[in-house]
Design a protein around this ligand. Structure first.
Ligand SMILES: C[S@@+](CC[C@H](N)C(=O)[O-])C[C@H]1O[C@@H](n2cnc3c(N)ncnc32)[C@H](O)[C@@H]1O
Length: 279
């Protein structure tokens, strides 16, 4: 087989592998669909959940309701899937990781707020698919859910009841088992256990090519930006899963204003956004 055909075949198989991993992580390979709404905190307590529940109720009522849409959009907190991030936001992770690999943008990859580990497993799978042995995927989480809001320091988190959501508290053991199921738990994965305010200063001096924030709160978003953004390479990506939620968006806006960040923010879907650092 000529080498150009061989390269095309490797590309095709690589792409099929990454797509399969995305479908497995979101539980899209399996039936019945894994859609669950009942784990969010009470709607009175958290504005985000009110929106989600109202949207859900309206969608369920539709005769042509498309369950696959829910997983594609990542709108619920599924029971079995290894990520609550939907296919569209996973495709964005893939785009960013492949771009930095293709462009040779230096740096490790990190997600702050990993839940069952799906996004960081995907990052590691992509590195594997491209035989990248130089970068590490960092996975930062408390492994006991979201912290109670610190209203004195971060009034924007007023009203959040996410810390009461047991479904957000996933053990380190479960995450490591999930990595292992894909055969991807190795020395290119590093787990940063603890509250972001304590764990992220320890990696402050590192260089990053992809930073993905998924900690929901103003505080969690701000802690991640403060400790990680200075290390983001030019050409690297900053992804914000919760940009559609008020407190998270506020933290991003405040940080960008304070640091004169003017790269345009691009929407990924109804919730997520990202930008590429250009200077
Ligand atoms: C919405 S979930 C993340 C979803 C995940 N990215 C996925 O792929 O499904 C939010 C996660 O952030 C973690 N978290 C939020 N704030 C945190 C903080 N300040 N310190 C440590 N972990 C935090 C929670 O424990 C939880 O696992």
């Amino acid at each position: 087989m000529p080498s150009s055909e061989r390269r095309a075949e490797i590309d095709r198989l690589r792409s099929r592998y990454i797509e399969l991993v995305q479908l497995a992580l979101t539980h899209m390979l399996y039936r019945p669909f894994d859609i669950r709404w009942d784990e969010s905190p009470e709607p009175d307590d958290y504005a985000g959940s009110v929106e989600l529940r109202e949207a859900a109720a309206q969608e369920f009522a539709r005769e042509d309701f498309d369950w696959a849409d829910v997983r594609a959009d990542g709108r619920d907190w599924p029971q079995y899937a290894q990520t609550m991030v939907g296919l569209k936001r996973l495709a964005n992770v893939r785009y960013c990781v492949e771009r930095v690999l293709a462009d040779g943008v230096p740096g490790d990859l990190i997600e702050t707020g990993i839940w069952r580990g799906g996004v960081v497993i995907l990052m590691r799978a992509i590195l594997d698919a491209y035989d990248d042995r130089t970068r590490t995927v960092f996975a930062a989480d408390s492994f006991r859910g979201v912290p109670p809001p610190n209203l004195e320091a971060y009034p924007a988190d007023t009203g959040s009841a996410l810390h009461t959501a047991k479904a957000l508290s996933i053990s380190r053991k479960e995450v490591e088992r999930n990595f292992d199921l894909y055969g991807l738990l190795d020395e290119q994965v590093q787990i940063l256990e603890g509250w972001f305010k304590d764990s992220l200063p320890k990696v402050k001096s590192r260089t990053w090519s992809v930073i993905r924030l998924d900690g929901d709160l103003y505080e969690s978003t701000m802690d991640a930006l403060t400790n990680l953004y200075p290390g983001l390479s030019v050409g690297g990506f900053l992804i914000v899963d919760d940009y559609g939620h008020g407190p998270c968006r506020q933290a991003v806006t405040d940080f960008r204003e304070a640091h004169g960040i003017d790269e345009p923010i691009e929407a990924v879907d109804w919730l997520g956004s990202f930008w590429r650092r250009t200077h």
